[in-house]
Write a protein that binds this ligand. Structure first.
Ligand code: FDP
Length: 345
């Protein structure tokens, strides 16, 4: 029991020290995100008590009802981040357009300006049921050379991310992040207000026994995906079947469980959501960066998520993410013809 306590900030600084050329700006940004998420965590915990829940009567850019906690999370993150001095633009899932940072808040070294994307509160349809919800974020370096950030700065491929992470407000509040050197997890100790390291260098098992998908949409899927899921459920000891189904319906709750124990999460395109449901910039890219750092895989069924060139801020994508061999297997099903899989048209 002689384990040392390592706080999030200390961990970030220790990572930074491995790079003598680092300026500390990225570390500051991560600390700002962590602070905003502590405030959101407090509000989420208080929500049931102070009757903050309930609809505001407005809709977000996707036509979904916005709850007050979503607004609070969005505003808290924008406030914490835009005054950091290290950002030139912010893009939030709750805002139709990106938010260029006012030059008065920007430091004097343009090349040290970053872009931050976040989904302030995912899984919001679960708030009233006390199911885990959370925040997802990612950070890029700017492409433009000076002034407030541009749309082009915000529409970069996921492979350009310099950091990404998520927070889950659940039975405890946890934060998982990567800066491209492994994936590290922290739990918030509310008594001292610090995130403490619980898992350094998380690795996802290569193959799993769990799948996560909204199976109610089965009839809308590509028949080749139907065959794959049917195969996962068919008794076959040699192939480690049947798989167990685990689906919370709150993206990062499903993702986090699969990251720790192994599993594949799928939100495919289907007859209703022809481009999938999840957002490339705010959900798929940060989680794809994390999963690859943990030794897993993320694709849209054909292409690596991190290689997709975004065309607009709220672009959706199908998502197949998790244990490498499971994602490879579903990709192989999707690359076959209906005839090869014995599907009658
Ligand atoms: P929600 O609609 O509750 O905000 O990104 C949206 C998301 O939740 C994910 O968190 C979740 O994984 C998914 O949608 C659930 O969608 P379905 O209800 O269609 O399964």
């Amino acid at each position: 029991m002689n384990k040392k306590f390592i706080t999030l900030y200390r961990h970030i600084i220790e990572q930074e020290r491995k790079h003598p050329e680092a300026t500390g700006e990225l570390s500051d940004l991560l600390a700002d995100i962590a602070l905003a998420c502590k405030l959101i965590s407090l509000e989420v915990n208080r929500a049931g008590l102070i009757d903050i829940l309930g609809f505001t009567g407005t809709e977000n850019v996707h036509g979904e009802e916005v709850k007050k906690l979503d607004e609070f999370a969005h505003e808290t993150l924008v406030r914490a981040m835009e005054t950091s001095g290290h950002l030139c633009a912010i893009a939030s899932e709750e805002s139709e357009n990106f938010i260029p940072v006012n030059e008065k808040y920007m430091g004097t070294r343009p090349m040290s300006h970053y872009i931050c994307h976040f989904d302030p509160l995912y899984g919001s349809s679960n708030i009233d049921a006390n199911i885990s919800i959370g925040t997802i974020f990612s950070i890029y370096k700017r492409i433009s050379s000076s002034g407030p950030g541009t749309l082009e700065d915000c529409l970069q491929k996921g492979v350009n991310q310099v950091a990404a992470g998520y927070v889950i407000y659940g039975s405890s509040t946890i934060l998982v992040y990567t800066t491209g050197e492994g994936v590290h997890g922290f739990t918030l100790d509310p008594t001292v207000g610090e995130f403490l390291l619980f898992y350094e260098n998380i690795k996802i098992p290569k193959k799993s026994k769990t799948y996560s998908i909204n199976e109610g949409n089965y009839r809308r899927w590509d028949p080749r995906l139907q065959v794959f899921i049917k195969d996962l459920k068919t008794e076959n000891e040699a192939k480690g079947r049947p798989y167990s189904l685990r689906y919370v319906g709150s993206l990062v709750a499903d993702f986090h469980r699969n990251l720790l124990y192994g599993g594949i999460f799928i939100y495919p395109s289907d007859k209703k959501n022809v481009n999938g449901k999840l957002r490339l910039l705010y959900e798929a890219n940060p989680l794809a960066f994390i999963i690859e750092q943990a030794g897993g895989r993320a694709s849209d069924g054909k292409e690596r998520i991190l290689g997709i060139s975004p065309k607009n801020l709220h672009q959706r994508t199908p998502l197949f993410i998790g244990s490498e061999n499971d994602v490879l297997e579903v990709e192989s099903y999707l690359s076959k013809s209906n005839e090869e899989l014995g599907i009658k048209n």
